[in-house]
Design a protein around this ligand. Structure first.
Ligand code: URA
Length: 222
């Protein structure tokens, strides 16, 4: 069954939260949510949405004017100022977003942070942390598909802030209201970008309606 829903904005930003409501993003996300979507299609769509999210997240990148020659004239034209971007993937599901973003920002450096959820408490335990050098020179963008309880996000942001990046943003595909509140409570300075905010969490801390386990669906480890 279908009903018409025409969003009048491609982005809606409130406080520290930006929801990317672009119809292409929403359509692709709906296909990812369907339980019948294959691993290959899920992974491809994650990459495509990641490119569209990267477009929004980098909207405020600084440019400078450079003198160039077109075949017809000399002009002052904008080029990126060149502050390096560091994309930071929260392993392992973050890698599915990372690949798409790197297609749009190929010069980005990459950091990785490995966290797993302790099954009973859902507390995030770190098992890997590797960032590029000179983080204070770079704008950092953390990527993880699912902002559920927010424990992993807060743990990752705590650790990354120790490296003092020039700026810090957080990007996910889906967020729960609980996860957003938890991140905003601990890191009110970090802008969160997401394609949708769902109803909430179930007793196992999965996002409802969500899309299931993003890592398992991305890598076929169901
Ligand atoms: N991680 C996932 O992969 N899915 C959820 O719903 C919550 C956390």
């Amino acid at each position: 069954m279908t009903s018409t829903l025409t969003p009048d904005l491609t982005t809606s930003a409130t406080g520290g939260l930006t929801v990317i409501t672009h119809p292409l993003v929403q359509h692709k996300l709906t296909i990812m949510r369907k339980k019948t979507t294959s691993t290959a299609k899920f992974r491809r769509l994650a990459g495509e949405i990641a490119m569209l999210l990267a477009y929004e997240v980098t909207r405020d990148m600084e440019v400078v004017l450079e003198t160039i020659e077109t075949p017809l004239a000399t002009m002052q034209a904008p080029v990126l100022k060149g502050n390096g971007i560091v994309l930071i993937s929260i392993l392992r599901a973050g890698n599915g977003i990372l690949d798409g973003m790197l297609r749009l920002i190929p010069s980005a450096l990459v950091g990785h942070i490995g966290l797993y959820r302790e099954p009973k408490t859902h507390v995030a335990i770190e098992y890997y942390f590797k960032m590029p050098p000179n983080m204070p020179l770079h704008d950092a963008i953390v990527v993880d598909p699912m902002l559920a309880t927010g424990h992993s996000a807060v743990a990752a942001l705590d650790r990354i802030k120790e490296k003092k990046p020039r700026s810090l943003k957080y990007v996910c595909l889906l967020a729960s209201p609980e996860g957003i509140a938890f991140v905003q409570e601990h890191h009110p300075d970090v802008q969160i970008y997401t394609a949708a905010v769902d109803q909430g969490l179930n007793e196992k801390a999965y996002i409802i309606p969500g899309l299931g386990d993003a890592g398992d669906r991305m890598f076929g480890t169901l």
